[in-house]
Ligand binder design. Structure first.
Ligand code: ARG
Length: 419
C-alpha cells in the first residue's frame, strides 16, 4: 500500500501521461486518472486503456457534457459573460467543473491529493486550484509541470519512451489546443507572433469565411428565460443544441476569434478561438434581451457582464460574487423568452428577426405613420427639465468668460424660455 493517493486530471495527451508516471515514481504515489468528457471532439475511447497502460491504478471517464452546459455555460450565457468583449470562455468555464470532478473522485477514493497538468504561467492552474480550495480546502494540489525537470516536449518524449508510456505516433500539432463543446482554444507556434495571421491549419472546427457558401443560412433559435431550448423550430436537449449550432456556424465560418488577451498572471498572450455555437448563442441571446428587457435593466446587466466574465476568467466560479450576480441575472431573465432569427453568412452573424410575448417594442409608439400614439407635445416640457443642468452650466461659463462681475440670478437662469 502506497501512502499517497493522487487523483490526476487526465486528458490522454503527452503532458498528463508523463505526469501519471512521474507522480508514481517521484511521489511514491498511487495514481487514479480522471477524465471529464466536456464534449471535446477528440476520441475518448482509448483514454481508459492508455491510462492503465501508463500505470494508473484506477481510471474514471465521466460524461460531463450536460452538466457543463446547464451548470456552467448557461449561467455565463445568461450573464452575457464574454472576456474582454471577445472570448466566450470555453476553457475557463470547463475548469471549475473538472475541479469538482477531481474533488468528487478524491472523496470517493479517500485520496489526499489532486493533480493537474497546467503550466506555471497560465490561467488554468489558478482556476483549478482556487476551485479545489473552495470545494475541498483540505485537499492538496500538485502541479507537476511547475516543478518537474523536463524543459521541452522532446525531453518528455524521451522519458515516455524510457517508461513505456504510449506516445501518439501522429505528428504532433505545432499548436497547444484545448477544446470542448463550447469552443476551441488554440495557441503556440507561429501564433505567438501577433502580426502573423493564423495559417489555415490552426483552425480545427470551422471553414474559412472565404470558402463558406455564397448563400446565407437563416436559423431560428428559441429561448426560455434566457436558456436556449430550440433550433430551427425543433426542441433540442442542450448537448445536441450546441452541437447543431457548432456545425451550422462552422460551415459558415462564424465564431473565429483572434485575441491578444490579458492573462490573470500578468502577461498578454495571443490566442485563437473557434466558438461557432457560443458566438451564435451569445449574439441571439443579446438580441432577445434588446427586445424584452427594460432599458435600465439592460444597461445595468451590460455593466455586470464584464464583471461576470472577469470572475470566470480569473477562476472565481465558486465565489459569493458569482452567486450574487447569478441571482441578479436570473431575475432579469424571467422575460427573456422568445425567438431570434439569425443569418449566417461568410463569417458573419446577423439578426434577421426577433419576437417575444414579453416584447417591450410597441409599434404604435415607434411608428412614423398615422397610427402614431406617441405624445409629441409632452416632449417639450421633458426637454426643458432634462436639459436644465446643461443650460445652467453654459450660462455660467459664458458669464464668466464675458467678465461679468455678477452672475445672473439663478432664478433668471431657470426662467429662460425654451425657445
Ligand atoms: N487563454 C485561454 C484561457 O485562459 C485558453 C487557455 C488554454 N489554451 C490552450 N491553447 N491550451 O482561458
Amino acid at each position: 500500500m502506497k501512502s499517497t493517493k493522487i487523483v490526476v486530471a487526465y486528458s490522454g495527451g503527452l503532458d498528463t501521461s508523463v505526469m501519471v508516471k512521474w507522480l508514481i515514481e517521484r511521489k511514491d504515489a498511487e495514481v487514479i486518472a480522471a477524465t471529464g468528457d466536456l464534449g471535446q471532439k477528440k476520441e475518448l475511447n482509448g483514454v481508459q486503456a492508455k491510462a492503465y497502460a501508463t500505470g494508473a491504478s484506477k481510471v474514471y471517464v465521466r460524461d460531463l457534457r450536460e452538466e457543463f452546459l446547464t451548470g456552467y455555460v448557461w449561467p455565463a450565457l445568461k450573464a452575457g459573460a464574454v472576456y474582454e468583449k471577445s472570448y466566450p470562455m470555453a476553457t475557463a468555464l470547463g475548469r471549475p467543473l473538472l475541479a469538482k470532478m477531481l474533488v468528487d473522485i478524491a472523496r470517493k477514493e479517500g485520496a489526499t491529493h489532486v493533480a493537474h497538468g497546467c503550466t506555471g504561467k497560465g490561467n488554468d492552474q489558478v482556476r483549478f486550484e482556487v476551485s479545489v480550495a473552495a470545494l475541498a480546502p483540505d485537499l492538496k494540489v500538485l502541479a507537476p509541470l511547475r516543478e518537474w525537470e523536463f524543459k521541452s516536449r522532446e525531453e518528455e518524449i524521451v522519458y515516455a519512451r524510457k517508461n513505456n508510456i504510449p506516445v501518439a505516433a501522429t505528428v504532433a500539432s505545432p499548436y497547444s489546443i484545448d477544446e470542448n463543446i463550447w469552443g476551441t482554444s488554440i495557441e503556440c507556434g507561429v501564433l505567438e507572433d501577433p502580426m502573423v495571421e493564423p495559417p489555415a491549419d490552426a483552425y480545427q472546427r470551422s471553414i474559412s469565411p472565404e470558402l463558406a457558401p455564397d448563400t446565407p443560412e437563416y436559423v431560428d433559435i428559441d429561448f426560455e428565460e434566457g436558456i436556449p431550448v430550440g433550433v430551427g423550430g425543433s426542441r433540442l436537449e442542450p448537448v445536441s443544441l450546441v452541437f447543431t449550432l457548432n456545425d451550422m456556424g462552422g460551415a459558415h465560418g462564424v465564431g473565429r476569434i483572434d485575441l491578444v488577451e490579458n492573462r490573470l498572471v500578468g502577461i498578454k498572450s495571443r490566442e485563437i478561438y473557434e466558438a461557432p455555437g457560443a458566438s451564435i448563442l451569445h449574439f441571439a441571446h443579446t438580441e432577445l434581451e434588446r427586445l424584452t428587457l427594460d432599458k435600465s435593466v439592460f444597461h445595468m446587466k451590460n455593466q455586470l457582464a464584464s464583471e461576470y466574465a472577469d470572475l470566470v476568467y480569473n477562476g472565481l466560479w465558486y465565489s459569493p460574487l458569482k452567486n450574487a450576480l447569478d441571482a441578479f441575472v436570473d431575475e432579469t431573465q424571467k422575460t427573456v423568452t422568445g425567438t431570434v432569427r439569425v443569418k449566417l453568412y461568410k463569417g458573419n452573424i446577423g439578426v434577421a428577426g426577433r419576437k417575444s410575448v414579453f416584447s417591450l417594442y410597441n409599434a404604435r409608439l415607434a411608428t412614423y405613420t398615422e397610427e402614431d400614439q406617441f405624445d409629441h407635445r409632452a416632449s417639450e416640457g421633458f426637454i426643458k427639465i432634462f436639459g436644465l443642468p446643461v443650460r445652467t452650466y453654459h450660462q455660467v461659463q459664458n458669464a464668466v468668460a464675458a467678465g461679468l462681475e455678477e452672475q445672473p440670478e439663478k432664478e433668471v437662469l431657470q426662467s429662460v424660455p425654451v425657445r
